[in-house]
Design a protein around this ligand. Structure first.
Ligand code: GTP
Ligand code: MG
Length: 171
């Protein structure tokens, strides 16, 4: 029939990078919330884009919850990895978490598309997507499709670019 395609997405990245803000902005206006608080554990969110129904696992990025991420690797058809492009000091920590993801057996062997948001592009000290990809060593990802785009979760700038790329990956 005309049932929409479903896509299961895992959204990860360090605490304070803007994961919940991004997912909130992708929802219809009337479903958006004004006050976003640090995520405890994770939440499951849904939004639609073009012909796809997205189900997103919005994980907490706090250190004490990062061990939850791997439980959702298996069912993830795609990963959104959010970077705070203005947090230069913790870019190495983000890279460590990315490396753990890429080396995990549930991810290493599969062709899982990874979308990176270089978020907080509005901050004066923000690194460009090219600078972020260099610091994150993204050129070393050879066996998976990946894409990085600058985003501003407050205005929504850049989000459609990323989601359109993700949509193309499973068409
Ligand atoms: P955890 O749930 O703790 O893992 O954090 P998170 O990644 O979900 O971050 P969250 O969406 O809660 O945003 C953290 C803070 O960054 C909030 O104060 C947001 O308003 C702010 N923020 C998010 N995106 C942007 C952005 O693009 N630009 C600016 N300037 N601030 C942003
Ligand atoms: Mg959150």
């Amino acid at each position: 029939g005309l049932k929409k395609k479903e896509m299961n997405v895992l959204c990860i990245g360090l605490d304070n990078s803007g994961k919940t803000s991004i997912i909130n902005k992708l929802k219809p206006d009337k479903s958006q919330t004004q006050d976003i608080v640090p995520t405890v554990g994770f939440t499951v969110e849904k939004f639609m884009s073009q012909s796809l129904n997205f189900t997103v696992f919005d994980m907490s990025g706090q250190g004490r919850y990062r061990n939850l991420w791997e439980h959702y690797y298996k069912t993830a058809q795609a990963v959104i990895f959010v970077l705070d492009s203005s947090d230069r000091l913790r870019m190495v920590v983000a890279k460590e978490e990315l490396d753990i993801l890429l080396q995990h057996s549930e991810i290493a062997a599969r062709r899982v598309p990874i979308l990176f948001f270089a978020n907080k592009m509005d901050c004066k000290e923000a690194l460009s997507p090219v600078q972020c990809s260099q610091k994150m060593g993204l050129d070393a990802i050879l066996n998976k499709p990946w894409h990085i785009c600058a985003s501003n979760a407050l205005s929504g700038e850049g989000l459609t670019d990323g989601v359109d790329w993700l949509t193309d990956q499973i068409r």
